[in-house]
Design a protein around this ligand. Structure first.
Ligand code: NAP
Length: 637
């Protein structure tokens, strides 16, 4: 991995070039060609992908693909022969290309899109200031809690700005959730080339959707190459944070290799994640099973599950990945399902990247940016609309709007095509809640094929209790040798189990009273100089970008708030209470009309009345709101 890679020249002879283009994602290639040549005639209507990413090549037919390759090769060869340099696209060209790709005018999105197409070395979200420039004598430093995707990023940005930073990480290594989740089959379900920092892309991701080990390697490499690794105190957990009203700094209680400790810092960034603390179900008798039982995020590798009868509780994203890995190794897998997942066709989900993909990413100027855009942009328009409740429809647990009904029909058709030989299974696996009420999982046929196996049994009765021998569901006892609880995380219990005490002794969790809220997911009134990443209402549900993108946006905002504090000679910054309250009223009102709050299906997106986790708007909306910290929204003291 490298932060930036000098591009290498494209070959002189057209046969070699043709071979190299074989592994191109054609919509991205056409956009690249239009950009480099300035000639948008290659962006033909008949070559526009019909749907976003439901299939590789945007679902273009072989004939369309052949034509796209032919056009691209001819135009690229002419561009190469003219010896023209590659430059960023002018706004009108950017608009024309992205409008073609997205199928509607992108005039309103141009500043965001220009950032997306920027070269990594331009890094538009990097802080454009340093502490030395603003206040060289400032007594200011920051503690970051957590060395996962968000924490490493925050530490890197602070280091870029010359702000002293220490990262406290409870684990002995970086990676956060990617460090902890070691269950078999663990991999991303966001495309690899999007699931990295915009300014530190990797050209050599081996798979379309990378395995956990590869993601972890990326984060380790990033920590090392950026120098952030030297700023991390590993195996050190922050157990409590207390704001000192007089000293105007945070006191941290630590638990580390040497026992209890303490530290003080001017500001704190919590980057502890939403999906960090495992959730075990509240079933009667839990703990009474005499065999091995563990959570998917705390996999016990000392237990050999080969030829064993294994119970897996849950059918969320974790179970969806691990059950197919156990099947065939275990003697029998008994899957306990409460709500089945909706499945989104992704035929290349387990496939390696095409052979020449890396070549294109390292040789063809701007191909990497357009490829990322192609992965990034689908949700910028349209997908959010599919989750919005239309009260006139009227909404039901089948569908919350006409568009939601159409989404349902297309996902259902793809599932039914796999279930023609399994009518009984069909009744069990078709969800009875609207699409979008829970996370939609990426499907290449593996899941339903696994459930059809003779050595896999699907139980749809609710788990009543755990016993010394196994699990009881629907009155029947299932005797097993091991139990895996793939039952998710305490997502809505933000910043737990830390005790966080703000101004005048205010306890954060008592203040929240079970309903965590923060301005932009970042700031809470009366908790000065405390910032959250991946905080309340920042989980993105398919509306463009990725959670890494959200962390980049939130971190840019935090750095800008710190800039204001330093530039104005202040000691503290916090959000105004009225701004925070108005913002959260806006979020809650929108959330009430999203499939995940409206539906009774439950799960980690909702507590039954509101959502503390999800962002109910588009990624573009979050980008817009986090571009700058507005001094009118803040109290500087
Ligand atoms: P999850 O989505 O919360 O799923 C938990 C599962 O356990 C659900 O099927 C739930 O059923 C079931 N469950 C909970 N309590 C139960 C009980 N008492 N009896 C029976 N079933 C019970 O958790 P997860 O699968 O670990 O995923 C959490 C999130 O992590 C995902 O949504 C995703 O954001 C992330 N993740 C991502 C990936 C990836 O592909 N990159 C992989 C894993 C996780 P109900 O649906 O009925 O509640």
């Amino acid at each position: 991995m490298a932060f930036t890679r000098p591009l290498r020249p494209i070959p002189d002879d057209n046969d070699t070039l043709r071979r190299r283009l074989a592994g191109a994602e054609l919509p991205a290639l056409l956009m690249t060609v239009a950009h480099l040549t300035g000639d948008t005639s290659v962006l033909r209507d008949e070559l526009r992908a019909p749907g976003w990413l439901f299939a590789p090549q945007g679902g273009l037919t072989p004939v369309q693909q052949h034509e796209a390759r032919r056009l691209a090769l001819a135009a690229l060869a002419r561009w190469r022969d003219r010896g023209e340099p590659a430059a960023p696209p002018a706004p009108e060209l950017l608009r024309a290309i992205t409008t073609w790709a997205m199928g509607s005018d992108t005039g309103d999105l141009l500043p965001l899109l220009a950032e997306e197409i920027a070269l990594p070395e331009d890094d538009p979200k990097a802080p454009g200031w340093t502490l030395d420039e603003l206040r060289p004598d400032a007594d200011f430093d920051v503690a970051v809690i957590g060395a996962g995707f968000s924490g490493l990023l925050a530490a890197h940005r602070l280091a870029q700005a010359g702000v002293p930073v220490v990262v406290y990480e409870k684990n002995p290594g970086v990676g956060g959730t990617w460090f902890e989740n070691t269950y078999p089959g663990c991999r991303t379900d966001v495309a690899s080339h999007l699931y990295n920092y915009s300014f530190a892309p990797r050209a050599d991701w081996p798979d379309h959707f990378c395995r956990r080990e590869t993601v972890l390697d990326y984060l380790r490499d990033f920590a090392k190459e950026s120098g952030v690794a030297d700023r991390i105190r590993f195996a050190t957990e922050v157990t409590a944070l207390r704001w000192d009203d007089t000293g105007r700094r945070w006191h941290l209680a630590l638990r580390g290799p040497g026992g209890a400790g303490a530290a003080t810092h001017r500001a704190v960034i919590s980057a502890v994640g939403q999906l960090n603390r495992p959730l075990l179900p509240a079933v009667e008798g839990i703990g009474s099973f005499t065999g091995p039982a563990f959570h998917s995020a705390a996999w016990d590798h000392s237990v050999d599950l080969a030829a064993k009868r294994v119970a897996v509780v849950g059918t969320g994203a974790s179970a969806f990945q691990l059950v197919p890995e156990l099947a065939g190794t275990a003697a029998e897998v008994v899957v306990f399902q409460r709500n089945p997942p909706w499945l989104r066709p992704t035929p290349h989900y387990h496939e390696p990247m095409p052979e020449s993909a890396e070549w294109l990413l390292t040789h063809l100027p701007y191909y990497a940016q357009w490829y990322r855009f192609w992965l990034f942009a689908p949700g910028l328009r349209g997908i959010l609309d599919g989750w919005i409740v239309d009260h006139g429809h009227p909404p039901t647990e089948r569908a919350v709007s006409a568009l939601n009904e159409r989404l349902r029909a297309s996902l259902l058709a793809a599932m039914e095509a796999q279930l023609t030989d399994a009518p009984v299974l069909r009744e069990a696996v078709v969800p009875r809640y609207p699409v979008g009420a829970k996370r939609v999982l990426r499907d290449d046929g593996t899941w339903l094929a696994t459930l059809k196996r003779d050595d896999v049994r699907l139980v749809t009765a609710p788990v009543d209790r755990e016993t010394p021998d196994g699990l009881v569901a629907g009155g029947e006892e299932f005797a097993v040798d091991a139990i895996v609880y793939a039952t998710g995380f305490q997502a809505s219990r933000f910043l737990t189990p830390m005790k966080v005490t703000g101004e005048h002794g205010l306890d954060l969790h008592e203040h929240w009273a079970g309903a965590p809220r923060a301005h932009l997911g970042i700031s809470v009134p009366h908790f000065p100089n405390l910032f959250c990443l991946y905080g309340p209402n920042t989980n993105l549900v398919g509306q463009g970008g990725s959670i890494v993108y959200f962390s980049e946006c939130a971190t840019a905002y935090v750095l800008d708030a710190i800039r204001l504090l330093l530039a104005r000679g202040a000691d503290t910054v916090q959000v105004r209470e009225d701004v925070h309250d108005a913002y959260n009223a806006w979020v809650d009102a929108a959330s009430a009309d999203r499939a995940w709050v409206w539906s009774r299906a439950g799960g980690w997106y909702t507590d039954g009345t509101r959502s503390a986790t999800n962002w109910p708007f588009s990624a573009a909306e979050y980008w817009e709101r986090t571009r700058h910290a507005d001094p009118d929204d803040l109290l500087l003291g």
